[in-house]
Design a binder for this molecule. Structure first.
Ligand code: MG
Ligand code: MG
Length: 269
């Protein structure tokens, strides 16, 4: 069942989502060669608690850490550990918060030092595909329109679109209906309505779409061990149109990136 949110609930959800945005910004400044993912996890957990919230992933289905941090060939659900990041790595940080009775959940894949042009392009296209999906979040369209937009944009580049893991509805639970796959048919699936909140999260591989689930019960890697990128935003439909509850603007400020990618999804409501 899809839980449609009222405006007052959406304001609260935006606070939860924006705390994720600020946590990711804080971490953006710390990500460099030599830093361990467990150190980033500790900083992230402290930052979230200092802002009166709980880390949304800690204990969720038994997850052992604050954040999911997935370098290189890890697609998602990486467990922070003591292995230092190296120059040329990429690292996806997926952060959840629980604040005001609602969850925020979004993710960004960062470059560590100097990254190859091939991998830079994977990050660029994956992030662009997220906005292609968000553009489809219009009242009366369907979930399959989001899925198709992401899949088409990424497969055109020859990338692998992960099938086993999907985006989702978001609210008082981390994972609500509907599921939002990153592949699918236009015009299929549930109809989109005002008040729906979706966590849209393309997980895109440089090589094969096939993934391996590891024995630790969490880590998912690409089968061919090539890099995988992951970007996620929290999006609401308000007055028929997509509105971002989360933002990458703080990350962009921290990294000196100039971008107007969110401009169409950031109007007053
Ligand atoms: Mg997430
Ligand atoms: Mg999610």
């Amino acid at each position: 069942m899809i839980h449609l949110k009222k405006l007052d609930e959406l304001y609260l959800m935006r606070e939860a989502a924006q705390l994720v945005s600020k946590t990711l910004c804080m971490l953006a400044k710390e990500i460099k060669p030599g830093v361990t993912t467990s150190f980033l996890d500790k900083l992230g957990g402290e930052f979230i608690r200092d802002h009166g919230a709980k880390p949304g992933f800690l204990g969720l289905y038994g997850f052992p850490k604050n954040l999911c941090i997935s370098p290189n060939s890890e697609v998602v659900h990486g467990i922070p550990n003591d292995k230092p990041l190296e120059n040329g790595d990429i690292v996806s940080v997926d952060c959840g918060t629980f604040l005001n009775g609602f969850y925020g959940d979004h993710a960004y894949t960062f470059e560590v030092g100097e990254v190859s042009p091939e991998v830079k392009k994977l990050l660029k296209i994956t992030k662009e595909s997220l906005y292609k999906g968000i553009e489809q979040c219009v009242r009366g369209k369907r979930v399959g329109d989001i899925s198709d937009a992401i899949q088409t944009y990424c497969e055109r580049e020859g990338y692998g679109v992960v099938r086993e893991l999907v985006g989702h509805g978001l609210g008082r639970k981390m994972h609500e209906d509907p599921q939002v796959p990153n592949y699918g048919r236009k015009g299929s699936g549930k109809v989109l309505k005002d008040g729906i909140v979706l966590a849209i999260e393309p997980m895109i591989n440089l090589g094969t779409e096939k993934v391996k689930f590891h024995k630790d019960g969490w880590t998912v890697t690409t089968l061919d061990k090539q890099p995988s990128a992951h970007f996620e935003h929290d999006v609401a439909i308000i007055n028929g149109k997509p509105v971002l509850l989360s933002t990458f603007k703080y990350i962009h400020e921290a990294l000196g990136i100039v971008s107007d990618e969110e401009a169409s999804f950031q109007y007053d409501w």
